[in-house]
Design a protein around this ligand. Structure first.
Ligand code: ADP
Ligand code: MG
Length: 255
């Protein structure tokens, strides 16, 4: 395993109800890289992302976060929840549906994990939360409740909440798919800024312009197989596989 790897996926396979939805996936994401994962609905993108922080348990293969294997200990036993939680602190996840607490205001949403997972003192946690809310342009809404926010604003709070935990890697599962079209740009702008700051990011997305402009690598899944991994220029102009060429053709006009 390379010293520079943020996530290493090796020979990963996963079944649901006897049906293989990930097939022998190999993928290395280096520190500071942005990797976009593309593919049609049902191709296994979310499952791959969820395996990376062991929200799904694969039957075969290994996943390392940095140099640390997730899910299975050195003695081959499953990790305890406590051991998993510890590793997951370094893997932030941003969901399509935001997953904010409705009964907590914006600041409290960002504070929760700092206080209860990281066990920080309130003053220090608040300082960090304020910093991260400022970064995503949501500090002026710190006392607002999620229900009063637009989707784009909610997603920016969710990103601030992830950033506050100082993760080594950020996983995004279609972060803009639930948004009104006019709100997509503000979330992508925050993500682009994070990439420029050097965050390691794995992004499942249908935003082709973003994937092309911001990614270091583009990965394409088809029926649970990783069929192409290329730098964006190559992926979008000279794909190696016919399937990707066909996928890009169906997008013509929409990008
Ligand atoms: P994508 O994110 O690319 O749309 P998913 O990873 O969500 O694809 O799903 C891949 C396949 O696995 C699909 O056929 C889906 O129906 C199936 N699947 C996903 N999650 C579950 C689950 N919890 N139980 C059973 N089947 C699932
Ligand atoms: Mg999905």
């Amino acid at each position: 395993m390379s010293d520079n790897a943020a996530i290493t996926v090796s020979h990963l396979s996963k079944q649901f109800d006897g049906i293989e939805v990930l097939r022998d996936i190999d993928l290395v994401i280096n520190q500071g890289e942005v990797v976009s994962i593309l593919g049609s609905s049902g191709s296994g993108k979310s499952t791959l992302l969820r395996c990376m922080n062991w929200l799904e348990q694969p039957e075969r293969g290994k996943i390392y976060i940095g140099q640390q294997r997730i899910g299975i200990r050195e003695d081959n036993q499953p990790m305890t929840n406590k051991q998993l939680s510890k590793i997951r602190e370094s893997v932030g996840m941003v969901f399509q549906s935001f997953n904010l607490w409705p009964h907590l205001n914006v600041l409290q949403n960002v504070l929760v994990s700092l206080l209860h997972v990281k066990k920080m003192h309130k003053a220090q946690a608040t300082e960090i939360a304020i910093q991260q809310l400022e970064k995503v342009g949501m500090l002026d809404k710190k006392d607002s409740y999620p229900i009063t926010l637009s989707g784009g604003q909610k997603q920016r709070v969710a990103i601030a909440r992830s950033l506050a935990m100082s993760p080594d890697v950020l996983l995004f599962d279609e972060p803009t798919s639930a948004l009104d079209p006019e709100r997509v740009g503000e979330v992508l702008a925050v993500m682009k800024q994070l990439s420029q700051e050097g965050y390691t990011m794995v992004v499942v997305t249908h935003e082709m312009d973003f994937a092309r402009a911001v990614s270091d690598q583009v990965v394409f899944l088809e029926k649970g197989k990783l069929i192409e991994q290329s730098p964006p220029e190559q992926f979008f102009t000279q794909p190696k596989s016919d399937r990707v060429r066909q996928f890009l053709t169906t997008l013509d006009g929409s990008i």
